[in-house]
Ligand binder design. Structure first.
Ligand code: AMP
Length: 177
């Protein structure tokens, strides 16, 4: 992706100090979503490494991962699977508990969301400590699906979330802070 495009995306991200709690610098991506040209650029960059990989499903993480993941799925001609916070999915689920940059959480996926051997990528807006993505990877791997890799719009490299995903295929992030 052109460095000029990456610079434009980077400039559009709004830093919000002390949200949702003191000490967290929240990366607000809504200005990117609100700009038709920028959101297209972001999705271009996020699918780049997977275009020729015959992706069956994109798994997106609650909630901003749904936005990026669903758009990626549509571009790749793939289906979309939500990983949701506990208690939100209506059908039979499996769940994993994890800790995140602020607090603890638990995510779930429908039992029949992925079939063994399906070619899958994981998508979220931001990789921080890697707890959330690590939990989603576990859910994917338990189904017997093939995880082709993970993609994030933003990576907070200083939190070293990559390390938690190190055994789960390539990790791509568009913007690193
Ligand atoms: P983690 O599990 O620590 O990698 O946290 C990743 C999840 O929390 C992602 O779904 C993000 O949307 C959200 N998140 C964590 N830290 C931030 C941050 N500084 N700015 C925006 N979102 C964040």
């Amino acid at each position: 992706m052109l460095s000029e495009s990456l610079d434009q995306l980077r400039a559009a991200i709004r830093d919000v100090p002390d949200f949702p709690q003191p000490g967290i610098l929240f990366k607000d991506i809504t200005p990117v979503l609100a700009d038709a040209r920028l959101i297209n650029l972001a999705i271009d960059g996020m699918i780049e490494n997977f275009i020729d990989q015959k992706v069956d499903k994109v798994v997106g993480i609650d909630a901003r991962g749904f936005i990026f993941g669903a758009m990626m799925a549509q571009r790749l001609g793939a289906g979309f699977v939500p990983v949701r916070k506990k208690g939100k999915l209506p059908w039979k689920t499996r769940g994993v508990d994890y800790s995140l940059e602020y607090g603890t959480n638990s995510v779930e996926m429908h039992l029949d969301a992925l079939a063994s051997g399906e070619r899958v990528i994981l998508a979220d807006d931001l990789l921080a400590t890697g707890g959330t993505a690590g939990a989603a990877v576990k859910l994917i791997e338990e189904t017997g699906a093939t995880l082709l890799g993970s993609v994030f719009f933003i990576e907070l490299a200083f939190l070293d979330g990559r390390q938690k995903l190190s055994r789960s295929g390539p990790i791509h992030s568009l913007l690193t802070f």
